[in-house]
Design a protein around this ligand. Structure first.
Ligand code: OSB
Ligand code: MG
Length: 357
């Protein structure tokens, strides 16, 4: 699926997405999930191709044909497998959708969610110039979005935040570094600390919490962790040592709803707000992000935005839509609450594999 515009972060640019969609069947209903692994191992070590390998050779053989009491049984079936959370999540989230459809309830209600409307922010990639970035921010604000996240990297940081703040003094603004800095850059963060930014997302190494705790001591702006948090245990430890004041939860990065809910609960119990991150998802992953965001501690606007910001035509019907005041309403329909355009998926498919019990 080709994105409408290339998306650039501190680790590279992407436009053509290779999306693995997972369909699970119980003989009657079908549940759908999405693998959010990217094309190259730059956000995480996973790629769509490693996810295919894991799903084909290790995950599906342990799950297909098994009886489930609860979707949370998924964890015990795949317990021996280390890592590869995005591959797992593709199937795990499909199982949750299937179960909600069998029970004839919306997935967000099945998850225990209470937010019927969720607040939306946008993630804006690195631009050619500050002027084009300012114009893009203006467009997104006029579309109703309630929080602007810009991507930062060395050389595209202090000056950019200063100009954005000057142009938009009151907006909710944050910066995501995707691990582009080290503790040696502490002076840069002290300078950026002046611009009343909601949070700095994942400033340091993608596996670090220790240095993040050190950085947090020197700045007022809250640190939000993304890449470093793969589980509720990671979250507990990061919170314990003061490595962050906010956590971004992504279904793929933590391996699905079972762990996403556990991260959510640890954060709630420690007074740490969370928000739902995005991975340039197709409508299937997007619909799951909307459902996840219904949980009570998703207290900050996430990176869950309208399908039309990404795709000329999404693979779900209706597409994910955002109201003029920057909110997405939960669907009242069973499961993820959107129809799947199977004909369109068929036309876009370059590889497929069926596993039967
Ligand atoms: O760090 O949140 C991130 C996209 C790809 C990989 C990592 C990230 C992102 C985004 C975009 O920020 C979020 C989106 O609009 O889906
Ligand atoms: Mg991020």
């Amino acid at each position: 699926m080709r994105l409408l515009h290339p998306f650039e972060t501190s680790f590279g640019s992407t436009q053509d997405r290779h999306v693995i969609v997972v369909k699970v069947r119980d003989g009657k209903e079908a549940g759908w999930g999405e693998v959010t692994a990217a094309e190259g191992p730059f956000y995480s070590y996973e790629t769509w191709e490693t996810a295919w390998h894991l799903l084909r050779d290790f995950i599906s053989p342990r799950v297909v044909g098994k009886e489930f009491e609860e979707p949370t049984d998924f964890a015990s079936l795949v317990r021996g497998i280390r890592g590869h959370n995005m591959a797992r999540a593709g199937l795990e989230t499909a199982v949750w959708d299937l179960e909600a459809k069998i029970k004839n309830v919306p997935l967000w209600k099945r998850l225990g969610g209470s937010r019927q409307r969720i607040e939306c922010g946008v993630s804006i990639g690195i631009h050619q110039s500050i002027d084009t970035l300012l114009a893009k921010i203006d467009t997104e604000l006029k579309a109703g979005y309630r929080r602007i996240k810009i991507k930062i990297k060395p050389g595209w940081d202090v000056e950019v935040l200063r100009e954005v703040r000057a142009a938009f003094p009151d907006i909710r603004l944050m910066g995501d570094a995707n691990s582009a800095y080290t503790l040696a850059d502490i002076e840069i963060f002290k300078k950026m600390d002046r611009y009343n930014v909601m949070m700095f997302e994942q400033p340091l190494h993608h596996e670090d919490i220790i240095d993040h705790a050190e950085l947090q001591k020197h700045i007022e702006t809250p640190i939000c962790l993304d890449e470093s948090i793969h589980s509720a245990e990671d979250a507990r430890k990061a919170i314990k040592i003061g490595a962050c004041k906010i956590i971004n939860i992504k279904l793929g990065r933590v391996g699905g709803y079972g762990e996403a809910r556990a991260v959510h609960d640890v954060c709630r119990d420690h007074g740490i707000p969370v928000w739902c991150g995005g991975m340039l998802e197709s409508g299937i992953g997007r619909a799951h992000n909307v459902a996840l965001s219904s949980l009570v501690n998703f207290a900050l606007p996430g990176d869950v935005s309208a399908s039309k910001r990404y795709w000329p035509e999404d693979i779900i019907d209706p597409p994910v839509e955002v109201s003029a005041d920057g909110q997405i309403s939960q669907s009242g329909r069973p499961g993820i609450g959107y129809s799947i355009k199977e004909d369109l998926i068929e036309r876009l498919t370059v590889r497929s594999q069926v596993f039967t019990a």
